[in-house]
Design a protein around this ligand. Structure first.
Ligand SMILES: Cc1cc2nc3c(=O)[nH]c(=O)nc-3n(C[C@H](O)[C@H](O)[C@H](O)COP(=O)(O)OP(=O)(O)OC[C@H]3O[C@@H](n4cnc5c(N)ncnc54)[C@H](O)[C@@H]3O)c2cc1C
Length: 390
C-alpha cells in the first residue's frame, strides 16, 4: 500500500488551489448573496484543465486518475471556498461526463466530451423526481419507443445545473413491470422538442450553483441517445456513478474542511481574550484538533474509494459499496461539524456573512441529503455488518 503523493500530484493540487483562490474566492460572497452563476469562472476552470480532469486526452481531458481528480477537486475548493461551483463541477463532470465516458458509444464521447472539457457545454444528471428521492427506482418518468425515437414524459426535481446545462443524463422507465430492471438512461439535449426547464429552486446554500426542475412533455429523443443497454440503465448507471460520487464528488468537502480549520486556527491565534490568544484555551484547541482528525479520516476514506476506481475502473466492476457509504457519511457529517465549530471559534463574527464560515455551514448541509442521505448510507453499512446483503 502506498500513501504517498508525488511531487507532480502535489503540483496539481497547488495549481487548482491557486486558480480557485485567484479566480473564484474573491467574488464568492457577492455571488452567494445574489445567487449568481458566473460562466466566466467556468471557462477559466476549463482552461486550467479542471473540468476535463478525469477524461482521456483524446476527448480534450487531462487524463488524470480518480485519485488525482480527487486531489484537484479538494485543492480547488480549498482555494475557492465555494461549495456551489464545486457542486456544479461535480454534476457536470462526474454525474454527466463519467457515464458518457464509461458507457457511451464512440459517437457520444466525440460529440459531448470535448465541448464539456473546453467549458463550452455544461452537463447535468436527472434522477430525482418530486415523488422519488431515496427510492429512486420508483420514478415515474416514462420513455416509450416510437419509430426511431423515444418519447419521454415526466418531471425531474432538484437538478443541479438545470437552467444552464446543454445536455442531461436522464433515467426513465422503459419496462414498468420490472422496477429497477426496467429503467434506461438517455442523453437528452436541451434543444430536443418537448424539453423544458421548470421552476428555478431557491436554496439555503450552494447558492453559487443553479438548481431547477426539468420537464419532459412528449420530449423526442433519438434512439441513438440511449446510453448503455435498454433496461440496464438504473443499475449500471447507479453502480458506475456510485464510486465516482463517493470519491471525486465528495473530495471538495475536504477542501472546505481544510479552509475552515485553517481559518479557525488563524483566528484563534490572533484573537485575544483574558490577555492571551484564545488558542491558549484547551476548549478551543480541542475543537481545532478534532477538525484536523475528521479531515484526515475523511481524506483516507475518499482516497481508498478512488484507489478502488483506479485499480478496477471498468463500467461493470462492483463498486466498493460499503467503503463508499462510510466515506459519504463520515465526510458529509464532518463538514457540517467542522463548519459549525469554526463559527464557534470565531464567536460573534462567525455568525456574520463576511467571514465565509456561516456560508460554509449553509453549503455543507446538503452533503447529508444529496446523492444518498446519511440514513440510507447507514442502512447500507448496517446491512453489511449484520450480513443481510444489499
Ligand atoms: C441542492 C441539491 C442538489 C441536488 N442535485 C441533484 C441532481 O443534480 N440530480 C438529481 O437527480 N438529484 C439531485 N438532488 C436530489 C437529492 O439526491 C435528493 O434530495 C436525495 O436523494 C434525497 O431525496 P428526497 O429529497 O426526495 O428525500 P426523501 O427520500 O423523501 O427522504 C426524506 C427523509 O426520509 C429519510 N428516508 C427515506 N428513505 C429512508 C429509509 N429507507 N430508511 C431511513 N430513512 C429514510 C431520508 O434519509 C430523509 O431523511 C439534489 C438535492 C439538493 C438539495
Amino acid at each position: 500500500m502506498d500513501f504517498s503523493i508525488s511531487a507532480e500530484q502535489h503540483s496539481l493540487y497547488e495549481a487548482a488551489r491557486e486558480l480557485g483562490a485567484r479566480e473564484v474566492q474573491p467574488s464568492v460572497l457577492e455571488r452567494d448573496k445574489s445567487e449568481r452563476w458566473d460562466d466566466g469562472i467556468w471557462k477559466k476552470m476549463a482552461a486550467g484543465g479542471l473540468i476535463g480532469a478525469p477524461f482521456p486526452e483524446e476527448y480534450g481531458g487531462a487524463g488524470l486518475s480518480a485519485f488525482e481528480t480527487c486531489l484537484v477537486k479538494e485543492g480547488f475548493t480549498y482555494g475557492a471556498h465555494d461549495g456551489g461551483v464545486s457542486l456544479a463541477w461535480g454534476a457536470s463532470s462526474i454525474l454527466c461526463g463519467v457515464p458518457i465516458w464509461k458507457l457511451g458509444t464512440e459517437a457520444h464521447k466525440k460529440r459531448y466530451l470535448p465541448k464539456m472539457c473546453s467549458g463550452e457545454w455544461i452537463g447535468a444528471f436527472c434522477l430525482s423526481e418530486p415523488g422519488s428521492g431515496s427510492d429512486a427506482a420508483s420514478m415515474k418518468t416514462r420513455a416509450v419507443k416510437k419509430g426511431d425515437r423515444y418519447i419521454l414524459n415526466g418531471t425531474k426535481m432538484w437538478i443541479t445545473n438545470g437552467p444552464i446545462a446543454n445536455h442531461f443524463i436522464v433515467t426513465a422507465v422503459t419496462d414498468p413491470e420490472a422496477r429497477a430492471f426496467g429503467i434506461s438512461t438517455f442523453i437528452v439535449d436541451k434543444s430536443f422538442p418537448g424539453f423544458k426547464v421548470g421552476q428555478h429552486i431557491e436554496k439555503m446554500g450552494m447558492n453559487t450553483s443553479t438548481t431547477s426542475e426539468i420537464i419532459f412533455e412528449d420530449c423526442e429523443v433519438p434512439e441513438e441517445n440511449l446510453l448503455g443497454e435498454l433496461n440496464a440503465g438504473f443499475v449500471v448507471t447507479a453502480k458506475l456513478i456510485l464510486g465516482w460520487e463517493r470519491s471525486c464528488l465528495l473530495a471538495p468537502a475536504l477542501g472546505g474542511q481544510r479552509a475552515n480549520y485553517e481559518a479557525a486556527a488563524k483566528y484563534a491565534n490572533d484573537r485575544v481574550q483574558f490577555n492571551r490568544p484564545i488558542s491558549k484555551f484547551q476548549a478551543i484547541r480541542h475543537m481545532i484538533a478534532d477538525m484536523k482528525i475528521r479531515y484526515e479520516i475523511g481524506r483516507n476514506l475518499i482516497h481508498r474509494v478512488a484507489w478502488h476506481l483506479d485499480a478496477h475502473g471498468g463500467a461493470d466492476d462492483a463498486p466498493p459499496l460499503l467503503e463508499a457509504a462510510i466515506a459519504k457519511v463520515q465526510t458529509s457529517e464532518s463538514s457540517q461539524k467542522t463548519a459549525r465549530d469554526t463559527i464557534q471559534v470565531f464567536g460573534g463574527v462567525g455568525f456574520t456573512k463576511e467571514y465565509h464560515v456561516e456560508r460554509s455551514l449553509r453549503d455543507s448541509l446538503v452533503g447529508t441529503i444529496g446523492a444518498g442521505t446519511s440514513e440510507i448510507q447507514r442502512s447500507i453499512i448496517a446491512r453489511s455488518v449484520l450480513e443481510l446483503g444489499f
